[in-house]
Ligand binder design. Structure first.
Ligand code: PAF
Length: 283
């Protein structure tokens, strides 16, 4: 695997004749890689002739400075995992390389209602930061396809909207399914901050999503959501940002279901200060 720390060195590698006709698959990450990321690398390798992965912990998407400070960094292990999974190129830029003119936003991305619901309402500014960094990465890498994970369901919708807004509609956005531990816990870099006991408690999120999937019926959904909320609190989560059943294609919350919309249930909750998110398509 070739590691490029600067935009120039990446462009030099991509400009070499051997990669001239390559179709570029891009897997943007913030490192602390797990099997979920590696499944995106595999997906990229199936679709494209050249796979570029980036590791950059983007400061502009953290609305909570403590979350940024505690974000796990495991570069050496990440490099080994990417090599083992035959990633072709790792782009590993510094903050300066990514934002040579500083981190202040240069552009406002009009994400419409997507910006203000669920993650957007609990993490103000988060999606502007995601758009800022993904826009910059797309400009640098110019991929044919981008591979992102369904665990960040709303982020997938935001990135699809972003490519529309910046006129990169020829870039294919491919969404990889959620990878789970045998217990059902969705794989996440933030799980590294949980001890074994907390990991066992954290499975309540998946169990609750499955409970919703099994018990969903036409009519008002609020009673089911309050049982779900109780289950997560009882498991020891100190704070639930949201637990919501939404239209799977628009993310608009559904309060009464007529059986027609495709639905997704989404959760964000804190366990011992670690914010975990997960989701499940319901029908
Ligand atoms: O999902 C992530 O890890 C990040 O939000 C992304 C897409 C790499 C942008 O920093």
């Amino acid at each position: 695997m070739i590691i490029c720390k600067t935009v120039d060195s990446l462009h030099k590698v991509l400009g070499t004749p051997v990669y001239n006709k390559a179709t570029i698959g891009f897997v943007p990450t913030m490192g602390a890689l797990h099997q979920g990321h590696l499944s995106l690398v595999d997906l990229s390798k199936k679709h494209c002739s050249l796979t570029v992965c980036s590791i950059f912990v983007n400061p502009t998407q953290f609305n909570d400075p403590k979350d940024f400070a505690k974000y796990p960094i495991t570069i050496e292990q990440d490099v080994l995992l990417l090599e083992r999974n035959q990633c072709d190129i790792l782009f590993l830029p510094s903050v300066n390389e990514m934002y040579p003119e500083g981190t202040a936003p240069k552009e406002y991305y009009d994400l419409g209602y997507l910006e203000n619901l669920l993650e957007g309402s609990f993490r103000p500014g988060h999606f502007q930061g995601v758009c800022q960094v993904v826009h910059r990465l797309l400009d640098i890498v110019r991929p044919n396809s981008v591979f992102i994970g369904q665990k960040d369901y709303q982020q997938c919708m935001v990135i699809k909207k972003l490519v529309e807004l910046i006129g990169m509609t020829e870039t294919d956005i491919v969404i990889g399914g959620i990878l789970r531990e045998p217990s059902g816990l969705a794989m996440s870099s933030r799980n590294m901050r949980l001890n074994d006991e907390d990991k066992a408690k954290a499975t309540a999120i998946y169990q609750t999503l499955k409970f919703i999937e099994q018990h969903i019926q036409h009519g008002p959904l609020l009673p089911l959501l309050s049982i779900a909320r109780e289950k997560i609190s009882e498991a020891g989560f100190e704070k639930i940002d949201y637990i919501s059943i939404c239209d799977a294609s628009t993310l608009q919350p559904i309060e009464t279901w007529d059986g027609r919309e495709k639905l997704v249930a989404l959760v964000a909750a804190f366990l011992h200060g670690v914010r975990l998110i997960d989701n499940q398509l319901l029908n």
